[in-house]
Write a protein that binds this ligand. Sequence first.
Ligand code: VAH
Length: 323
Amino acid sequence: MSSKILIIGACGQIGSELTYKLRSLYGDENVVASDISYNNLDIVNTGIFEIADAQDYASIKTCVEKHQIDTVYLMAAMLSATGEKYPMKAWDLNMTSLFNVLNLARDKFIKRVFWPSSIAVYGSTTPTEYTPQYTIMEPSTVYGITKQVGERWCEYYHKKYNIDVRSIRYPGIISWKTPPGGGTTDYAVEIYHEAIKAKSYKCFLKEDTELPMMFMDDAIKATVDIMTAKSKNVKIRSSYNLAAISFTPQEVAASIKKHIPEFKITYAPDYRQDIASTWPKSINDSYAREDWKWKHAFSLEDITEEMLFQLGKKYNTISKASQ
Ligand code: VAH
């Protein structure tokens, strides 16, 4: 019998593309998208959709029982930049939602959980180059703290209650379909939009700030790969390091200039530079590559080509419609 899947936070940057993918893999009738509001009408109107509050146990439990869910992807969270503006809201959302889902699994209402962690679990005392799976972990953002603590709880629930919870530490993710919200790596999405719209971009990070990054298609593939792997091959139940490429704002600007020679970038670092400066430059994801055969596909050049092509079409359609 096919999995019955609930995606919490289905209107978000990753949640929306995960919804499309899981619908195509398991059938629309087996995937329930949910979010706290109807803020992605394409997701709402193209499959089963429920309003659910990730922080409200009863709200999630009602959804699980109504649709006989056995697998939950918890994609709702407050990211790093917004989390520094609203620390207690970030803690409440990111932790309460995780406990709600883990406790539904503990109490046998669901069988499997996917929960996203992040390279934000690392801090300024972590080795920055090719950061290993096991190393110093002193995050200095609320978001990073919630991910570090969340990983410990995932491993605890796996060991104590035998919960099949699986997790990966996403790097910065680049996509064109749904805008990101409140992340420090969002510059790597904004720059492509501005390259098309204005042929210029004012970057909120310094030009040489190298960060681990990944195209959305790779991130979705990794999510499906870990969730379809044999349980015995998912040996790490806190969270796996996951990597694809790393680049600086200067490097992504140079990649764009190969397609838009007149593109100009300027730099005006803000509070998000203080966050980015505490994160690794590159990640060693050898355990994911060993345990469940992860491998990425998109290079920076591939990403730039796809982002400019898709956003070029999107803005061209918008401009034609407005004429
Ligand atoms: C953020 N996009 O910027 C997220 C991500 C590694 C960063 O977790 O907060």
